[in-house]
Design a protein around this ligand. Structure first.
Ligand code: IPM
Ligand code: MG
Length: 354
């Protein structure tokens, strides 16, 4: 029987609760499809700082590198907000992404018809939306040097090299080939040199993909177009900080940030995490929505080549939503019954083993 080694990072806040539900569902699917998952837990973020005074301990990075994939919950919380930046949970996540070489972040916005009323946008605007943000994850202003701060002056540097732009552009075009054959590259080329280069290189890479339609859009316009008419997008290709912002925006098209998964790839092992944060205000209450993490687990199975298992998970989530089960965040949207985090996980696990 095939065995996959999964590094599990539950993290902070609601992280442990939602990851436990994803594991419940993964185990159900593994049994059904006849493969094995071997889990090893590692600390990252605030919980790692509490033990090691380091938000990204070496042991965690090594453990991840020695696995087939990483399943990740969420990190951060007010408890660690006043630490120096390099000790903060967020720095731990950035270091992990960089150490694993995860330069591509794939964030699909998936609409569930059952939850069409959960979005703040009108149903006719969002019905049929099917887009994915391909965000560069290990470069740009997040990592650029020099960076500096004193009490009178501070700066960061937005850098992209040709190689960095080329490799993320290839990922976006290949993604579009599997989808609706359109790439919208988002930049600020009317102001920034780094965006001028971005645009030139994306145009060059596009020559290899004559089947894909390419358009360029300034980031301010893209932010507006996403709300005005999200259906015009298929693959949005963009850099680190623009992708950070636009993917949160795209999540609201769907209605709940508790629904969206993500995959970070490009290195030796992929990392799979919900796009939402650690929600410390609701941690431990059993009300967090585990669906984004469970969908991330489905993306992980696709990545491992276990496509039938991934499909089982996605269909189970649809069935459970169709039957009217909702966690508290979605209680107002056609709920037949409001269930806890753990009940939601069990329902999805049950349906996935049918
Ligand atoms: C995300 C988060 C992170 C980011 C933070 C926690 C460092 O917002 O994954 O989008 O900015 O990349
Ligand atoms: Mg973000």
């Amino acid at each position: 029987m095939k065995t996959y080694k999964i590094a599990v990072i539950k993290g902070d806040g609601i992280g442990p609760e939602i990851v436990d539900e994803a594991i419940k569902v993964l185990d159900a699917v593994a049994q059904k499809e006849g493969f094995n998952l071997e889990y090893n837990e590692y600390l990252l973020g605030g919980s790692a700082y509490d033990v090691f005074e380091d938000p990204a301990p070496e042991e965690t990075i090594k453990g991840c590198l020695n696995s087939d994939a990483v399943l990740f919950g969420a990190i951060g919380g007010p408890k660690w907000d006043n630490l120096p930046k390099e000790k903060r949970p967020e720095s731990g996540l950035l270091k992990l992404r960089k150490s694993l070489g995860l330069f591509a972040n794939i964030r699909p916005a998936i609409i569930f018809d059952e939850l069409i009323n959960a979005s703040t946008l009108k149903p006719e605007v969002i019905k049929g939306v099917d887009l994915v943000v391909v965000r560069e994850l290990t470069g740009g202003i997040y990592f650029g040097e020099p960076r500096y701060k004193d009490s009178n002056k501070a700066y960061n540097t937005m850098i992209y090299t040709r190689d960095e732009i080329e490799r993320i552009a290839h990922i976006a075009f290949k993604e579009a080939q599997k989808r609706n054959k359109k790439v919208t590259s988002v930049d600020k080329a009317n102001v920034l040199e780094v965006s001028e280069l971005w645009r030139e290189v994306v145009n060059e890479v596009a020559q290899n993909y004559p089947d894909i339609e390419l358009e360029h859009m300034y980031v301010d316009n893209a932010a507006m177009q996403l709300i005005r008419d999200p259906k015009q997008f298929d693959v949005i290709l963009t850099g680190n900080i623009f992708g950070d912002i636009l993917s949160d925006e795209a999540s609201m098209i769907v209605g709940s940030i508790g629904l969206l998964p993500s995959a970070s790839i490009g290195g030796k092992v992929g990392l799979f995490e919900p796009i939402h944060g650690s929600a410390p205000d609701i941690a431990g209450q059993g009300i967090a929505n585990p669906i984004a993490t469970i969908l991330s687990a489905a993306m992980m199975l696709d990545y491992l080549g276990e496509h039938k298992g991934a499909k089982r998970i996605k269909e189970a989530i649809k069935s459970v939503l169709k039957e009217g089960y909702r966690t508290k965040d979605l209680a107002a949207f056609d709920a037949k019954e409001v269930v806890t985090t753990s009940e939601m996980g069990s329902l999805i696990a049950e349906h996935a083993s049918n």
